[in-house]
Design a protein around this ligand. Structure first.
Ligand SMILES: C[S@@+](CC[C@H](N)C(=O)[O-])C[C@H]1O[C@@H](n2cnc3c(N)ncnc32)[C@H](O)[C@@H]1O
Length: 281
């Protein structure tokens, strides 16, 4: 993991701080007061989904467009709408519907697992009728027949998607048939071991052979959501590949360039797709 001055998704740039003690002048999502607190040390209930979605997703950015195309095309090669898999999971959904939309035609049931209270309520408000904002994402998906064939995508989404307030570090092993986790593992902690653990929990929660897509911010140092600071671990494409190697097979990773930067120092994103390995034990 490398040091970096880059910010995280949804944010104003911040410099990398030499330690993680709370600056009294800084508005931080930390609940503790000293040292490196990790995921549990941040108050995820203060994560503001309305601000986040406006800042990140109101306009379909080129980097998200590229990621969604890659994920759409990947799922089309490994999943079949004629034989939908049972259960898909989107981990750390926050205020982003597009990972669930990408899995929608292939799953009978999709769970959005999220820790932040405001995010959970925001996700619940997306049923039965999600905002028109997401139509630009759906339109991109409908370039493929699997999505195009869906006559009533909102009704279908409302019928099969459920939100669960929960902690990804408590995901049970080998339960899900497909999975997505976007901008989460590297953006929920300042501790490298928690980045690895989040990836392990996510991929380990999938049945052997289950396909997944995971997106990461590259070399992020932390980020602000509506003026509140949240943590990140600065990861590179090589870090993601190294972390996935023992957990997954047929992994493809992509660096996604961000031509239009909303944020100072912003470098780009990483997408990994693959299938969960059969793990020992
Ligand atoms: C940077 S946001 C990413 C949101 C969304 N997936 C996206 O693509 O924009 C990180 C999300 O992870 C959630 N989160 C933080 N810790 C978590 C945990 N332990 N378990 C599940 N979700 C968590 C946060 O509340 C937040 O919604």
């Amino acid at each position: 993991m490398t040091g970096s001055r880059n910010p995280r998704r949804g944010t104003t740039a911040i410099p990398r701080v030499p330690d993680h003690r709370v600056d009294p002048g800084d508005s931080t999502g930390r609940t503790g007061s000293a040292g490196s607190a990790g995921n549990a040390g941040y108050d995820w209930d203060r994560f503001n989904p309305d601000w986040y979605v406006q800042h990140n997703y109101a306009e379909l950015r080129d980097d998200d467009r590229r990621i969604l195309q890659l994920v759409r095309d990947f799922f089309a090669t490994v999943l079949d709408t004629d034989r939908p898999v049972g259960r898909g999971i989107d981990v750390g959904s926050g205020a982003n519907l597009y990972p669930a939309l990408a899995m929608q035609p292939y799953c009978r049931y999709i769970e959005q697992r999220e820790r932040g209270g405001q995010n959970v309520r925001w996700l619940e408000r997306q049923r039965p009728w999600y905002s028109e904002l997401w139509d630009q994402y759906w339109t991109l998906l409908t370039r493929l027949p699997a999505y195009q064939r869906m006559e009533k995508p909102r009704e279908d989404f409302a019928a099969k998607v459920r939100v669960r307030c929960g902690n990804l570090f408590e995901l049970g092993p080998r339960q899900w048939d497909a999975g997505t986790m976007f901008f989460v593992a590297e953006s929920i902690s300042d501790q490298e071991r928690e980045f690895k653990s989040a990836v392990e929990r996510f991929v380990g929660s999938l049945k052997p052979g289950a396909p997944f897509a995971a997106a990461f911010m590259q070399e992020s140092a932390g980020y602000y959501v509506d003026g509140i600071r949240f943590p990140a671990v600065a990861v590179t494409k090589a870090d993601v590949e190294h972390c996935l190697e023992p957990l997954a097979r047929d992994v493809e990773t992509h660096r996604v360039h961000s031509a239009k930067s909303l944020r100072e120092g912003y470098k780009g994103m990483i997408l990994a797709v693959g299938r969960a390995r059969r793990l020992p034990g």
